[in-house]
Design a protein around this ligand. Structure first.
Ligand SMILES: *[C@@H]1O[C@H](CO)[C@@H](O)[C@H](O)[C@H]1NC(C)=O
Ligand SMILES: *[C@@H]1O[C@H](CO)[C@@H](O)[C@H](O)[C@H]1NC(C)=O
Ligand SMILES: *[C@@H]1O[C@H](CO)[C@@H](O)[C@H](O)[C@H]1NC(C)=O
Ligand SMILES: *[C@@H]1O[C@H](CO)[C@@H](O)[C@H](O)[C@H]1NC(C)=O
Ligand SMILES: *[C@@H]1O[C@H](CO)[C@@H](O)[C@H](O)[C@H]1NC(C)=O
Ligand SMILES: *[C@@H]1O[C@H](CO)[C@@H](O)[C@H](O)[C@H]1NC(C)=O
Ligand SMILES: *[C@@H]1O[C@H](CO)[C@@H](O)[C@H](O)[C@H]1NC(C)=O
Ligand SMILES: CC(=O)N[C@H]1CO[C@H](CO)[C@@H](O)[C@@H]1O
Length: 360
């Protein structure tokens, strides 16, 4: 490996590249640590940014609907390795877009433009494996979604295609994914079939989740909630080989049943240890209940905590390398809750209209 930068390595013939990658696996970091290279994909904990493209920053006028303070590129550079996003259809253009609940509430652009952003990061970070979890609010088909990946310039050969369509399978190690060039892993909740794009995995064929709808720190539970076939049957979910995804974020109920990410409690929610409702204590609890660490942790405002400390602890990583340092501060906590953007205002008006017409 001496004398080769990662960039010059990309110019080498594939066979030589594979040899180099294999011989140097103990010194080059995979997902920020050389210790993770030889671990199976399902045997590490990937930190996830819930609703990754929905940011609360100046580009969205600090919208209260935002789940993150920093965009997907910054998330990845700081060590986040799973990005979740909701897909909706923009009713004006008909385009598949990353929109929060509705494209009139929070529109983060077309799906293909967001995928292009993620792929740009992957290309400049050749030793990292990234997972995308699309929440299919648009009920898009695999073919429709594949068209977005194509439009983003992502080749299907860059993506991991599972060896089997069931959870009970041997997952490759990070190093195998990297050596194979299949560094983008994709789940969709949900797909009726993936014949048109076998790299799109129906989430609940591979993953189980605890409940995601929590309002108080005492609400968090490790019990399997989805898929419905294993609801309240955590041991059954684990025995089937489903990977645990631990949702760990709180909603705050506003007037007219509007739910927004809870920013007031975020310093506790994402804390590495401490009081009830902290990410660290929930992760420890779930690790005990599952007899293994959760494969994925999904959080809002990932920089606070910092949430990545808990993923590092579960992974046994003490000296991560190659991460951008991002402030762990809560951005504008005191002022943002007082703000109401034009978009949210119109959404609220729509809701009132809807309530009005329901009453009429
Ligand atoms: C993400 O945020 C960073 C920092 O604010 C900014 O420099 C970059 O242009 C943003 N990237 C995208 C794709 O929006
Ligand atoms: C739909 O997309 C167009 C651009 O193609 C955009 O101007 C419009 O705001 C979007 N509609 C909604 C409801 O977000
Ligand atoms: C690597 O790619 C080859 C060819 O696409 C495939 O047969 C093999 O299963 C892949 N290995 C892993 C570990 O994904
Ligand atoms: C799971 O348990 C909860 C709490 O006891 C209960 O409310 C829910 O109906 C159960 N769900 C299923 C599918 O059994
Ligand atoms: C839990 O799931 C396992 C494995 O699918 C199954 O054998 C068992 O009957 C289930 N238990 C309950 C209470 O449904
Ligand atoms: C998983 O596969 C292994 C061998 O491939 C088999 O022994 C085991 O019974 C399977 N488990 C389930 C839950 O299907
Ligand atoms: C806080 O919000 C205001 C907009 O109200 C913005 O001008 C300012 O830059 C924000 N502060 C930080 C630290 O982001
Ligand atoms: C569930 C599982 O595969 N656990 C393994 C993950 O990797 C660690 C470290 O190599 C092992 O100790 C676990 O047994």
């Amino acid at each position: 490996m001496f004398g080769f930068s990662m960039k010059s390595m990309l110019l080498l013939p594939v066979a030589l590249r594979l040899t180099l990658a294999q011989t140097s696996s103990s010194t080059i970091a995979c997902n920020n640590s050389p210790d993770l290279c030889g671990r199976a994909y399902n045997n590490i904990t990937h930190l996830g940014a819930h609703d990754s493209p929905f940011v609360r920053d100046e580009s969205t006028d600090y919208t209260l609907s935002g789940n993150q303070y920093y965009n997907s590129t910054v998330q990845l550079s700081a060590g986040v390795r799973l990005l979740s996003a909701q897909i909706q259809t923009n009713s004006t253009s008909g385009q598949l877009s990353v929109c929060h609940t509705s494209c009139s509430l929070l529109n983060a652009g077309t799906l293909s433009s967001w995928l292009r952003e993620v792929n740009a990061w992957l290309i400049s970070n050749p030793n990292d494996v990234v997972t995308i979890l699309l929440v299919n609010g648009a009920s898009a088909s695999a073919a429709d979604l594949a068209a977005e990946y194509d439009a983003a310039g992502i080749s299907s050969s860059e993506m991991y295609t599972p060896a089997a369509s069931s959870a009970n399978q041997t997952w490759p190690t990070l190093q195998q994914l990297i050596s194979n060039g299949t560094r983008l892993v994709n789940f969709v909740a949900t797909l009726t079939d993936n014949v048109a794009a076998p790299y799109l995995m129906n989430e609940f064929d591979y993953i189980f989740e605890n409940s995601y709808e929590n309002f108080a720190p005492t609400d968090f539970s490790c019990t399997a909630n989805r898929p419905g076939s294993v609801a309240n049957n955590t041991s059954g979910a684990l025995a089937a080989g489903l990977m645990p995804l631990m949702n760990h974020f709180l909603y705050e109920q506003q007037a007219f049943d509007i739910e927004i990410p809870n920013e007031d409690l975020i310093s506790t929610t994402n804390a590495p240890s401490g009081s009830v409702g902290s990410l660290g204590s929930s992760a420890t609890q779930c690790t005990t209940e599952y007899g293994r660490a959760p494969t994925f942790l999904l959080v809002d405002f990932w920089n606070v905590g910092p949430a990545i400390s808990t993923a590092d602890r579960l992974n046994g990583v003490t000296t991560p390398v190659g991460r951008a340092v991002v402030s762990t501060a809560v951005v504008n906590a005191s002022t943002s809750s007082a703000m109401f953007t034009g978009l949210q205002h119109s959404m609220l008006c729509l809701t009132i209209l809807a309530v009005g017409s329901a009453l009429a």
